[in-house]
Design a protein around this ligand. Structure first.
Ligand SMILES: NC(=O)c1ccc[n+]([C@@H]2O[C@H](COP(=O)([O-])OP(=O)(O)OC[C@H]3O[C@@H](n4cnc5c(N)ncnc54)[C@H](OP(=O)(O)O)[C@@H]3O)[C@@H](O)[C@H]2O)c1
Length: 237
């Protein structure tokens, strides 16, 4: 198998399960060095053991809650000590906390917590990592957005806090892309509706398909920035 990410240094949030876990496996298989982040240390430890045959540099992990105010600086410090630079930041961790049809049906704090994980964490982690990305090679930020947060779906009902947080993340993608061009590419991924704890058991897609989409995004020509992709095809925000 051709290894497409040899030596790429990747900070991946939400690596403990779901899409992030599949991305960690795929990226390591392609020769990347991955630092995986999530809260659940047991799952991360298990993943590290699984990936250890790929070598001591292939997968490292850090257990932390991305909504804690100290998390972004801590992540940047760990990356700096490990690599001194960063090639790919993949902001994948996300939550969908309620299935309610409208804002009134969502438990108190749903919007705040959704924004904390799905928007503020990617914002603060991205900013904290900029100096490291600037020292990286063809550096990129990959934001895991969602079709649920595209502009058309702002006219629909269901999961409103989740939609709003992903719509805002898409906006952040565009703003960062404009501000960081041509130094750092910033693009968003719709992983598709896939079977995970978040996507649920009825989702038609698999995490491996989502990980393939992430790989395509990681391999885009470096000049491409401010775009939204699903399965390697550009879609509308
Ligand atoms: N599945 C789908 O159908 C679908 C569709 C469109 C978009 N997406 C997006 O794809 C991304 C991954 O979703 P998924 O389906 O893989 O979800 P998932 O299976 O629920 O996994 C979510 C990941 O985020 C981590 N996470 C959540 N809150 C965190 C926090 N406060 N601090 C650190 N890590 C945190 C979780 O780890 P811990 O619990 O260990 O902290 C876990 O690794 C999300 O951004 C989601 O919005 C998914």
């Amino acid at each position: 198998m051709e290894r497409l990410l040899t030596g790429r240094r990747v900070l991946l949030t939400g690596a403990s399960r779901g899409v992030g876990l599949a991305v960690a496996r795929l990226f390591v298989r392609h020769g990347a060095q991955v630092l995986g982040v999530a809260r659940d240390s047991r799952r991360l430890e298990r993943l590290a053991a699984e990936l250890s045959p790929a070598g001591p540099e292939a997968f490292a992990w850090l257990a932390l809650d991305l909504t804690e105010t100290t998390a972004p600086a801590k992540l940047a410090r760990v990356v700096s000590e490990r690599w001194g630079a960063l090639d790919i930041l993949m902001n994948n961790a996300g939550v969908q906390l309620s299935d309610a049809r409208g804002f009134e049906g969502e438990p108190p704090g749903t919007l705040e917590q959704s924004m904390a994980v799905n928007l503020y964490a990617p914002f603060h982690v991205s900013l904290a990592c900029l100096p490291l990305l600037r020292k990286g090679s063809e550096p990129r930020i990959l934001q895991v957005g969602s079709g649920a947060g595209d502009f058309e779906r702002m006219r629909s009902t269901g999961i409103p806090s989740y939609r709003l947080s992903k719509w805002a993340l898409h906006g952040l993608t565009l703003l960062l892309a404009a501000q960081l061009a041509p130094e750092i590419a910033v693009n968003a991924l719709d992983p598709g509706w896939v079977k995970t704890d978040l996507g649920g058991p009825n989702a038609p897609g698999t995490v491996d398909e989502a990980a393939d989409g992430a790989l395509e995004l990681a391999l885009l020509p470096f000049g491409v920035t401010g775009k939204f992709y699903k399965n390697g095809v550009e879609i509308s925000f």
